[in-house]
Design a protein around this ligand. Sequence first.
Ligand SMILES: Cc1ncc(COP(=O)(O)O)c(C=O)c1O
Length: 410
Amino acid sequence: MTNVHLPTAANPGPFGHQQRKNFLFPENYTQFNHGSFGTFPKVVQDDMRAWHDRAEQNPDLWMRRDLYVALNDIRAQLAEFVNCDKEELALVTNTTVGVNTVLRSLPFVPGDRILVLSTGYVSVNQTVRYICDTHQDVKVIEVPVTFPISDKDLLAKVEDTLKAHQELKDGSRIKLGIVDWISSVPSVVHPVKELVELLHSYGALVYVDGAHSIGQVPVDLSHLRPDFYIANCHKWLYSVRGSALLYVAKRHQHLIHPTSITGDYTSGFEKEFGWAGTQDYSSLMSILSALKFRKQFGEDAIISYTHSLALEGGKAMAKILGTHCLTPDDHQVGNMVNIALPIKDLNHLKANTKDFMEILMDKYNVYTPAFRHGDHFYTRVSAQIYLELEDFIRLANIWKEVIDDLNASS
Ligand SMILES: Cc1ncc(COP(=O)(O)O)c(C=O)c1O
């Protein structure tokens, strides 16, 4: 980012509460959890509905011809956005599908090992477990990670694991490493370029789980050079739920097939991923208007505002709660910030994710996920263009009341 006048939490420019009118929230609701399911501007929803209408006006014309023109256009625009070739991109409905697509396609053989981090997303790590359960002598190697940890120490931990495996000299090989770009809970921006290089230097393929990346951090795949990459457009890019992009480097495309095989099996990557069976494709179409919505502000402006709001909002919340943010390094924060909750007794029966969810939703009409990590309970708060610092302060006071009540009942 080069422009010193980019919007910040203190100088929001076109962002903040004035953006609420562009989204669908009712007057009395503030969304603090964009990270889980995303949400989209009204214009994106209108556009998606227009695509939906168009399909219904002439289903054959749509399914047999126009759909492919539109998919091609979306892939071309996304390829420009993430700096890769259009031919390396496929559109799928979500990250879970994208991860399953690659893991269930890759030919794992006895002795193959898959490296994951313990902080990887649960469905991703469970998919790896499934692969191990269904293949003879394919095993997972899990790097235990507890945040906070510096980038340097995280890389050292992964390298120690790679070295320890190498020293086994048992004939097995780490075929694939899966790393988050930005993990879910806790949310931490990883040194993803260095992780890709490190795993490559030990001969492993690398799958980057970028579920939270596109729209939250600049993505340049020609620079990153992963083997596989998946990103949800329906989180931070503002498209409608059910829209994700899967990148498969050309050299691996002959190995990768959709999880549901269609008549286009063996017709090549582009064709195989063009038709996913009869379904509503309008969520994928919404990527076009999401990109258009973002263009009016510019990527740098959006990212600059949301990132600085996450940093400042997190610090303001930690001050009110008398605690700290999980990651001391600002560059490990994207748009989601984890703030420690001042719970006196971590073993209190009501100190759990579900009870907190119910109190927040039912009593306060807000929601942020709360979770135990290491020696603390944290909540993860998502900054977005429709939020301002004062929202974070209101949220901190709600959380303070919730935890004060909990501590009083200890
Ligand atoms: C890091 C990470 N990976 C994968 C996923 C799964 O995404 P989806 O539910 O859209 O498939 C999530 C969802 O939040 C995530 O945070």
